[in-house]
Design a protein around this ligand. Structure first.
Ligand code: F6R
Length: 591
């Protein structure tokens, strides 16, 4: 949710470095973008509405030797999508520029006080109070203490980067939203996400909450509450720059879908210890709860079925934003398994913090090293899915499912079977991703693209994946899709079926098969157009997409087929950039 990038260094093209960095962060928000560059004792500013995509930086900012610049790509919270509301926000003298990620919860109170003191506001954002606050403090102290004092007045979870026209330093501070520092040769970086700086350096510091950092001739790390300097702890990124590029693919979404066989294999061959550790924690716990939001919540829901079926173990599940209201029963014996690609989702981070206070053990399954959730957790399982750039989650979901499946089989002392199934799933995906299969999917996408609704049904494990398939179609193609448990249809939903209404039916070779086929018959009898996905064709299917029979791992090809269908539906509907669906952001750091 909003991307921040800052640079101080000797390369002489700070403006371009920041501009390129923002392009890599654009998936975090793409309502507007802006850059501020220091030229002599002035700050130049360039702001635009819309995606940074193929835009150009104003040549005034890029054609001189620049050594300090900051940038921002916005996902709007307070104030509409306008140039005035785009970042940076400036103080009255236009010498202080601020880029911000988060929400200043007390901005109205602060704004009223600042207006009384004569400050002029030109935007509707909460952010604009920050430069004016810094301006106030600068009347009596230096830049670093002014930023610290200003930041300490803000309520909420925030990250800021501040530049000052007469200073060679930029200052970053955070209480909640992510910030990572990169240390290069004679240059320092700050960004909302390590994937934006990995092409410059792999030596990074993930900034803890309540810290401030001064980037100048050297890097100085400071504790926000008392202003004490502390020693930074460096980490080395294991990501490759190529991971942040589309390569031969038209979109990141497609690239990431095609990376999934490899993601599964990595888990099969390298996650023995992780699965054993997690299985041991579940065995010992008195109550285990999995948490996730959106796609990760469907992975968690699938997890409850997997642990029940395979390991005969009851593992609870809740969506992250609701767990706040459910966790009163947690004790020191409880185990919480938060699942998150970004590790920054506030609806996960917040209940986890609360659970920690109650003494529960936290075993996080997360894709991003150094993320907030990663740091919160007592035990961490990194998903190893690599950088996921498309806003729509794909390979991280498959990695989550693979880790949960392997853990369930490990808990049942059938680890080898779990590995075999996953390897078969990774093999089957090669077929699903092959030309013949994809051409067939494109045809089906063409048949569905003008339908008003698409319904998707499944039972058991396939109910969880029906929900995930639905989400992929909604966010990628903007078509209305709904997922249901097959058995629920007759309790009301069936009223929605009309002649020609498409209904995708997940029919694996498990105990749900016959009942879901009956549900498909019920839909067909009311005019529904049935698309079956599973190992066995059936008369009821008008269209059929075959998966191998891979036991519990059959859900993997089910989901990958849905991801591809969603992608080709988007293309069939003329959606230009399925990597960045409207209104969404990759990392949701606000409530
Ligand atoms: C959907 C999608 C979102 C995320 C959700 C949680 O394709 O990507 O629903 O799954 O916002 O994000 P993480 O996993 O980063 O916590």
């Amino acid at each position: 949710m909003c991307g921040i990038f800052g640079y101080v260094g000797k390369q002489g093209n700070a403006a371009e470095i920041v501009f390129d960095g923002l392009k890599l962060l654009e998936y975090r928000g793409y309502d507007s973008w802006g850059v501020s560059v220091k030229q002599g004792k002035k700050l130049l500013v360039d702001k635009h509405v819309g995606k940074i995509g193929n835009s150009h930086l104003n040549s005034q900012l890029s054609t001189f030797n620049s050594q300090l610049a900051i940038g921002h790509t916005r996902w709007a919270t307070h104030g509409g999508v306008t140039v005035n509301n785009a970042h940076p926000h400036l103080d009255c003298s236009s010498t202080i520029a601020v880029m911000h990620n988060g929400i200043v919860e007390n901005f109205e109170v602060l704004k009223t006080e600042l207006i009384k003191k004569g400050h002029k506001f030109i935007s509707q954002t909460d952010t604009e109070v920050i430069p004016h606050l810094v301006e106030e403090f600068l009347k009596k102290e230096g830049l670093a203490s002014s930023v610290r004092d200003a930041f300490n007045q803000l309520k909420g979870l925030n990250a800021v980067v501040v530049a000052y026209a007469v200073s060679k330093e930029i200052i970053a501070a955070k209480t909640g939203s992510p910030l990572v520092m990169g240390v290069g040769k004679n240059e320092l970086f700050v960004a909302s996400d390590a994937s934006a700086i990995v092409n410059h350096t792999k030596k990074v510091i993930f900034l803890e909450d309540n810290r401030m950092v001064i980037l100048g001739d050297r890097l100085k790390l400071i504790r926000l509450p008392d202003g004490k300097e502390i020693k930074p702890r460096f980490q080395t990124l294991d990501w490759k720059f190529e991971d942040t590029k589309k390569g031969k693919y038209r979109h990141f979404l497609l690239k990431e879908i095609y990376e999934q066989p490899h993601v599964i294999k990595n888990i099969v061959f390298n996650y023995k210890q992780e699965a054993q550790k997690l299985a041991g924690l579940i065995k010992k716990a008195f109550g285990t709860f999995m948490l996730g939001c959106g796609t990760a919540s469907y992975a968690a829901l699938a997890g409850t079925y997997l642990f029940s079926r395979i390991a005969k173990k009851h593992v609870n599940f809740s969506i992250g934003s609701e767990f706040n209201y459910l966790e009163d029963y947690l004790t020191k014996q409880s185990l919480l398994i938060p699942i998150s690609q970004s590790g920054e989702t506030i609806d996960i981070v917040e209940p986890v913090e609360k659970a920690k206070k109650k003494g529960a053990t936290i075993a996080a399954i997360v894709n991003v090293l150094g993320s907030t959730l990663y740091r919160q957790a007592d035990y961490k399982i990194l998903l190893g899915a690599g950088v996921e750039k498309a806003v729509v989650g794909t390979k991280s979901f498959i990695a989550m499912i693979s880790v949960l499946l392997l853990t369930a089989y490990t808990l049942a002392k059938k680890e080898d079977l779990g590995k075999r199934l996953l390897l078969k799933a990774s093999q089957d995906l090669k077929k699903v991703l092959g030309n013949i299969f994809v051409e067939n999917l494109k045809k089906i996408a063409g048949e569905l693209k003008n339908k008003e609704h698409i319904y998707i049904i499944g039972r058991g494990l396939s109910y969880a994946t029906a929900l995930e398939a639905t989400l992929k179609i909604k966010e990628t193609s903007y078509m209305h899709a709904e997922g249901f448990a097959g058995g629920e249809l007759k309790h009301g939903v069936i009223a929605l079926i009309e002649r020609g209404t498409p209904c995708i039916v997940f029919a694996p070779n498990d105990e749900t098969h016959d009942d879901i086929i009956s549900n498909a018959q019920e839909v067909k009898a009311r005019g529904g157009f049935i698309i079956g996905i599973g190992p066995r064709n059936n008369k009821v299917f008008e269209r059929f997409l075959k998966t191998d029979d891979i036991g519990d791992a059959t859900i993997i090809p089910q989901v990958v087929i849905s991801q591809l269908l969603a992608y080709y539906l988007a293309l069939a509907k003329g959606i230009k950039d399925p990597d960045k669906p409207r209104n969404l952001a990759k990392s949701v750091t606000v409530k």
